[in-house]
Design a protein around this ligand. Structure first.
Ligand code: ZN
Length: 438
C-alpha cells in the first residue's frame, strides 16, 4: 500500500496556554456527545475520500472542513494528529462516467483528484498524512477478503457466464455474511449508525445495495469483491481477478495506515449507513480475535457531517444543483469567505447555501480583517484574552464553530487590546481563516 501526494500544508500558528481539555464530538454509535479518545497524546482520524468522477461541490467541501476543524482543535489541544483518507478511484460511478463520455477512467480519476487537491488547498484544509488510492491497496484488500472467507464470514456468489471470462464465472463474486459476523462478534447491524431496521432498509436501497441478488445469504450482505467483468478494470489479488467493494476498501486502508481502534471515523451523513456501519463491521471481523469485538474496536467515535442544500433540495450531481468550489474561486470569491460561510453553521446541521450567505460571510471577513489591522500589534499579552478561552471552550464542545464565529464577532466590536495577537492567531489555528493576508 502506498500513499500518493495530497496537497500543500497551510501554516497553522500555535497559541500558548491551552488547558488541554478533551475535544468532544457526537458519536452515532453511542448517540451522544463524548470525549474523543486519544491515547498517548495521539489522535487518529480516518475520513472517507472522494470518488473522483466529478468536481468538488460545497457539500463535499463542508464534510472535509468539518473534520479539518476536528484536526485543528486536536492540534491546538497539543495532540499529535494522524490523518488518513482514501480515494475511491475504482468504482461504479467513475466507470459509468468513463463509459458515457468515452474517456479513460484513470484519466478522469487523475484530473478530478487534482481538482479536489486544488480546492482543498484553496480552502486551507490540512491534508491527510496518508492519502491512498484504492488501486494502490488491492493486494492488502484481497488478503483481507481471503481472511474473511477463511473465517467463514464471507462467501462466493456465482456470476452469469455471459458477463465475464470463464475463470471468473467459476470463482464468482464475494459477499460478507452479516449474520455470521453478528454471531462471531458482539456487533450487530445498526450498532454503528444507530439506525432502526426501517431506516437501514431505506438507506440500503438508496445507496446502491442489491438485496435481491440470487445466492446472497442475507439481503443486507454487502459486496466485498466483484470479480472481473468484460470491459471493466480488474486487478489480480488473493481472491482472484476483479475489484474490491466500497466498504472493505475503507476498513483496510484505515486499519493499515492508522491501526485500530482509531479515534474518529468521519464522513458525510449519507455515509452513516450502510457505508460506515459495514466498513466498521469488516474491520471488527478482521481485527478482533474474540467474540467480544464491537464498534469501538474499529473507531472510538463515528462522526457525520450534515448535508447542504441548494435551490431547496440536497446538493447532488443527479439533480444538477451543484455549487462548485472551483467555480466560485474562479469567479473571484475569496476562499476564506467560503470557509467562513460554512463554519457559520454547525457541522452536524443541514442547511441551504445561498448567495446572501456568501455575501454575509464576505462582509464578516472584511470586518474581521479590518479589526485585525487595528489590533495592538506585537504587544505581549499580560494575560490570556478571555476571547481565546471562550473560543477554545466552544470548539471543544462538539466543534461549535458558529459559537466561535459569534465570539470573534464580539471581539471585532471590542477596543484593541494586548491579547489581540493571540485572538488573530487562534482564528487562523482553529477556523483556518487567515486575517493577516488577503
Ligand atoms: Zn469510507
Amino acid at each position: 500500500m502506498r500513499t500518493v501526494p495530497s496537497w500543500p500544508i497551510p501554516a497553522v500558528p500555535s497559541v500558548a496556554g491551552n488547558g488541554g481539555g478533551p475535544i468532544r464530538v457526537f458519536d452515532s454509535a453511542s448517540g451522544r456527545v463524548q470525549d474523543t479518545v486519544t491515547p498517548d497524546g495521539i489522535a487518529t482520524l480516518y475520513v472517507c475520500g472522494i470518488t473522483p468522477y466529478d468536481a468538488t461541490h460545497l457539500g463535499h467541501a463542508a464534510t472535509y472542513l468539518a473534520f479539518d476543524t476536528l484536526g485543528r482543535a486536536w492540534r491546538d489541544a497539543g495532540l499529535e494528529v494522524r490523518y488518513a483518507q482514501n480515494i475511491t478511484d475504482v468504482d461504479d460511478p467513475l466507470l459509468e462516467r468513463a463509459a458515457k463520455t468515452g474517456r479513460d477512467w484513470q484519466e478522469i480519476a487523475t484530473s478530478q483528484t487534482d481538482l479536489f487537491r486544488s480546492d482543498m488547498a484553496a480552502l486551507r484544509v490540512l491534508p491527510p498524512d496518508a492519502y491512498v488510492r484504492v488501486q494502490d491497496s488491492i493486494a492488502e484488500t484481497g488478503e483481507a477478503i481471503a481472511q474473511l472467507i477463511d473465517a467463514g464470514l464471507a462467501y462466493r456468489v456465482a456470476v452469469a457466464s455471459d458477463a465475464a471470462p470463464a475463470a471468473v464465472t467459476e470463482l464468482g463474486d464475494v459477499y460478507y455474511d452479516v449474520a455470521a459476523a453478528e454471531t462471531a462478534s458482539s456487533w450487530t447491524m445498526g450498532d454503528v449508525s444507530g439506525y432502526t431496521p426501517a431506516e437501514m432498509e431505506a438507506a440500503f436501497l438508496e445507496f446502491g445495495g442489491d438485496p435481491d441478488r440470487e445466492g446472497k445469504h442475507g439481503p443486507f450482505d454487502p459486496l466485498l469483491w466483484r470479480s472481473a467483468r468484460d470491459g471493466e478494470p480488474a486487478f489480480e489479488s488473493a481472491v482472484g481477478l476483479g475489484r474490491p467493494g466500497w466498504h472493505i476498501e475503507c476498513s483496510v486502508i484505515a486499519t493499515r495506515t492508522l491501526g485500530a481502534p482509531i479515534s474518529v471515523q468521519g464522513g458525510g451523513r449519507d455515509l452513516r449507513f450502510p457505508h460506515h456501519e459495514l466498513s466498521a463491521a469488516h474491520a471488527i471481523s478482521l481485527t478482533s480475535a474474540d467474540s467480544n469485538g464491537s464498534a469501538a474496536d474499529f473507531a472510538r467515535a463515528y462522526a457525520h457531517a450534515g448535508l447542504i442544500a441548494y435551490d431547496g433540495t440536497k446538493m447532488s450531481k443527479s439533480l444538477g444543483n451543484l455549487v462548485l468550489v472551483s467555480r466560485l474561486t474562479a469567479d473571484g470569491v475569496d476562499p476564506m469567505a467560503i470557509r467562513l460561510a460554512m463554519l457559520s453553521h454547525h457541522y452536524r446541521s443541514d442547511w441551504e447555501w445561498t448567495d446572501a450567505e456568501l455575501e454575509r460571510s464576505s462582509e464578516r471577513l472584511s470586518a474581521w480583517r479590518e479589526r485585525a489591522r487595528r489590533s495592538i500589534a506585537g504587544a505581549a499579552p499580560s494575560e490570556q484574552s478571555s476571547f481565546v478561552t471562550r473560543m477554545r471552550a466552544a470548539i471543544a464542545e462538539d466543534l461549535n464553530t458558529p459559537a466561535v464565529v459569534e465570539i470573534v464577532d464580539e471581539w471585532v466590536q471590542a477596543p484593541p487590546a494586548a491579547g489581540d495577537g493571540d485572538v488573530i492567531r487562534l482564528v487562523d489555528a482553529l477556523l483556518g481563516v487567515s486575517l493577516t493576508s488577503e
